[in-house]
Design a protein. Sequence first.
Length: 332
Amino acid sequence: MHSQGSDIIALAQRQLDESSHFLSLPELNLINTAFKEFADTNQSLDAVKVVTQPDRTHRSKPQSNPITTWARRNNLDLFQPERIRASIDEYSSFIQSPNETIAIVASYGQILPEGILDAHTYGCINWHPSLLPLYRGPTPMQSLLNQGDANTGLTWIEMEKGMDSGPILLQTHHTIKPEDTFTNLKNSMGKHGVDTWAIALVMQLMSRQGSVIRSIQQDHSAATFTPMLSKNDRRIDPKQSRAEDIINRYRGYLEFPGISFYSSFFGAELRLDGIGFEAKTSVGQVVYEDPELIWNSQSETLLRTKDGCVHLKKVTNLSSGKQINMRGFSFI
């Protein structure tokens, strides 16, 4: 690395939460070593360019990408290609600099081709919200919640051609609460990323300079993969599903695609908008029941499942678009 410093190229789809978060870092000694070595070199880093998705419109109204707003507010050069794979030459021109470069990638939303990965002196580093090699792919948080995992973490890797398969720079750990949903977990992982990006960046720089700091190859034989989700993944059959599995699916799929079932009582598809996070094995004093639903004396509506019940709090009738507060709903 030259003494004049290095430029940071940031590729991101959305701005991460800037609040702090306490981390348990098993590599603390290595991290301290990396920062000391970096400080001893008298080198500097400057964030100078940002690459993000184009601004979009929703119902004919322009929607500004928050990354775009942030970059302009901070007078940073901005590049917003529609498809980065088709914009390699433009990207190379955009990042030209007398300094050496490194790219930080967070939730960019497109696969980076080798021409992008190879364009930077010190490569590209990426955050992935799982403990790699587990849950590679586009939906790690949704998938691990759907599986009912109690622990996860954030992994920083050096990017390579394979999907989420690059060497590991740093991992943090996070305990998942039974009531955590995709929304909660997404915010928590954002906090982990905010608190650790600088650590991962310095470790990458020192690793590339022949430091004692080294990234660790993933165990590819232990890798698991996550699918793309579609609206077709929304439908469940309560009679064929365990209550706990329905709850976990709700937690993971809350934002998209959601979960729904066909209700014989309502004669329509119902989307679950609010449920209890504990499977019910005792239903209390029954006021009304049918093969699908139970309404008890506490005004709780319970959905029958394969092995128990799920407490329904709010649902939306997808035929009418009307939301129903099940606590205030009377079956008789």
